[in-house]
Design a protein around this ligand. Structure first.
Ligand SMILES: Cc1cc2nc3c(=O)[nH]c(=O)nc-3n(C[C@H](O)[C@H](O)[C@H](O)COP(=O)(O)OP(=O)(O)OC[C@H]3O[C@@H](n4cnc5c(N)ncnc54)[C@H](O)[C@@H]3O)c2cc1C
Length: 444
């Protein structure tokens, strides 16, 4: 928990840069009127604050977050932490001292409204803060089940430290029947952790193959084989129809085809939704997230958005994309911070994602989704332990991934960025160098 509670607003004891009393304001509003307010003290929010100070921004920075923790990185929650190999202390982005030393004021509260003409945000506790510029990094939240029984106790989701603690307690002793609804990233990472800890695991998904929406059938099929080889039961093409309870707790799942699955633990990983309520309160453009341009600016010149919540125009892909990945939260928020201090920004980083499941370490660069490619090829055989995979459209590499081959980022990014037609036969031939397939300037 953050240490101090002032008028219902808990703060880290940060040194405020210059304060002045503004007549008629409450004590917590009596700081400098100028400055940047960041709503959402997650990864994107914390990295933006860090970048603002790095760029020499000397006015007030206020980082407002609903969670009772210092900003932290979520990826470990479903991996090292879930496996008991790491404790929570390892995931905080900075310790408390860093915020104090950099005069970043942490405020634990929930912003309920932003008034862009008054340039203020209002919080759940009734406090109001003024800003010169506003950054929205409100992230995303798990999509909830909408089936009979969804309200039963024991229906678990994973987003926060508290969620992870609950799930870890359920899994750590092993020997339990675990049903996971959703064969996406969170579902599969939890399946891997649950199996590794000695539980019986069933993953149910409405699609034909796990990760089908993100990767398509070939790469998804590889992950399906890996999970089956570790003893996970995959129920594909199965939709959850309802949950059964006993004394208020979930004890079973029923599929649309009528299959009944008794269970000890039910975990739901059916995707996430951008948290756009604050943007909507300010009538900012929202369409699958907060719509921003390549400089991460919304329709209002002083309001920016970054991270999971931002649907940003990508100059290379020439369309808006919303990316729910760690690297985007980390780098897009820094770019937004630079734009906020007046630098010229055009955020065109190739989206990057990683996952760790069993002994698989996978990294991915690009953005294709289900419909953004017409060909998928392997370079090497992933079932032998390592390989590269490429998604192509009309002979152009649109995305690439590495399975247990480190340090492929620069090359794969360059292939995606080059936007040139590639010799696919050479691409899949492990005896031919990938560098030779790059345009001359990029391979030099
Ligand atoms: C379990 C898990 C595992 C993951 N693993 C990976 C991985 O392996 N690889 C990868 O690339 N990505 C992974 N991700 C995704 C990655 O963690 C996210 O992309 C990243 O956390 C996004 O950061 P963010 O700051 O945009 O949003 P968030 O992390 O969601 O932070 C937003 C914060 O804003 C707060 N907030 C929201 N609304 C308000 C409000 N109105 N007022 C105040 N505060 C508010 C929220 O409480 C939250 O703390 C994982 C995510 C999860 C949940």
């Amino acid at each position: 928990m953050w240490p101090l509670a002032i008028s219902g607003v808990q703060r880290c004891p940060a040194r405020l840069i210059g304060t002045r009393t503004i007549e008629g304001r409450q004590p917590w509003e009596a700081h400098m009127r100028d400055g940047i307010v960041i709503v959402g003290a997650g990864q994107a929010g914390a990295r933006a604050a860090e970048e603002l100070r790095k760029q020499g921004y000397a006015e007030a920075i206020r980082l407002i977050g609903s969670e009772p923790h210092l900003p932290y990185e979520r990826p470990h929650l479903s991996k090292e932490y879930m496996l008991g190999r790491e404790e929570i202390e390892a995931i905080f982005i900075h310790d408390e001292r860093w915020y104090a030393e950099h005069s970043v004021e942490l405020i634990q509260d929930t912003v309920v409204n932003a008034d862009l003409s008054a340039k203020t945000v209002s919080m759940g506790t009734g406090a109001r803060l003024a800003f010169e510029s506003l950054l929205l990094t409100t992230g995303s939240e798990p999509r909830r089940l909408a089936v009979p029984g969804a309200e039963l106790s024991g229906v678990l989701y994973l987003r926060t430290i508290e969620d992870a603690r609950r799930i870890r307690i359920s899994l750590k002793a092993g020997g339990r029947s675990v049903v996971i609804v959703g064969g996406g990233w969170i579902g599969l990472e939890l399946a891997a952790a649950a199996r590794t800890l000695g539980n019986d695991v069933t993953v149910m998904d409405a699609g034909d193959v796990v990760l089908g929406r993100a990767l398509g059938p070939e790469a998804g099929g590889y992950f399906a084989r890996a999970h089956r080889a570790h003893g996970v039961q995959l129920l594909m093409g199965e939709q959850l129809a309802g949950l059964e309870g006993a004394e208020g707790s979930v004890v079973g799942a029923v599929t649309a085809s009528g299959r009944r699955l008794p269970l000890d633990v039910l975990i739901v990983g059916i995707g996430a939704l951008p948290r756009t309520a604050v943007a909507e309160s300010a009538a900012l453009p929202v369409d699958n997230g907060i719509v921003v341009d390549a400089a991460l600016r919304t329709g209002h010149p002083s309001v920016y958005a970054a991270g999971d919540v931002a649907n940003a125009y990508h100059p290379l892909f020439e369309r808006h994309i919303r990316v729910e990945h760690w690297d985007t939260a980390r780098m897009m928020s820094r770019a937004a911070a630079r734009a906020m201090v007046g630098q010229s920004v055009s955020y065109d980083r190739i989206p990057y994602f990683y996952t760790d499941q069993y002994d698989i370490s996978m990294e991915y660069w690009g953005s294709v989704g289900r419909a953004g490619f017409d060909q998928f090829v392997w370079r090497g055989d992933p079932d032998d332990g390592s390989a590269l995979g490429f998604w192509l459209q009309s002979g152009h590499v649109r995305a690439g991934m590495s399975i247990n081959i480190p340090k492929m980022g620069k090359l794969i990014e360059a292939l995606v960025r080059s936007n040139e037609s590639i010799d696919v036969e050479a691409l899949v031939d492990v005896d031919q160098s990938l560098e030779s397939m790059l345009p001359a300037a990029e391979s030099a």
